[in-house]
Design a protein around this ligand. Sequence first.
Ligand code: 5GP
Ligand code: MG
Length: 198
Amino acid sequence: MFPEIDHILLSREQIAARVRDLGERIAKDINNDRLADADAEVVIIPILTGALVLTADLIRELPLRLSLRVVAVSSYPGASISSKGAKIRGELPQNLAGKHVLIIDDILDSGQTIGLVKELIAEQRPASLRTCVLLRKPETCRMRHVDVEYVGFDIPNEFVVGYGLDYDGFYRNYPQIATLKPEAIAAASRATKPGSSQ
Ligand code: 5GP
Ligand code: MG
């Protein structure tokens, strides 16, 4: 069904186990914060579209009263595999003052996406602001330094797909983290006109 997949970096089981660990740590940390003010709301902000799958799994590991507000950021136009800068698409969640906010993204690469979202949310003065990513590429990939509290896996500097991550809009439903065969990337670059991916 996915003949273009090259090699698998992380299996379904590895991802599921790690997401459970992250959920436990995040719930513990947020509950700790809420000792000071038990009424403070918890808001989870997934960065669309890549964080969808992680968010669906992670929030079910958080036994907390929480709400979800999405933010859409695009950085990869069409069939490209490197970042082209980050742009907020549509509305940024508002009224986050005094709330405990957790940003979720699929991967930390150049740092532009999370850097931008964190900066704009921090201006609203939330009670706490943390970030969780499933994957983190090496520090040498970073154009902007960003602190991320929760990281699922450190991976090499390879373009990966699956578990929410796409190539030209596809493979988000592939349940593991994997690389694509080079010919699949070359073929897609020839076949597609530039679009906008989130
Ligand atoms: P950054 O702004 O940190 O460079 O990149 C973050 C965004 O770029 C991620 O949300 C993701 O959409 C995309 N991205 C970065 N590296 C990869 C990758 O290896 N595979 C895929 N599919 N997307 C990536
Ligand atoms: Mg993304």
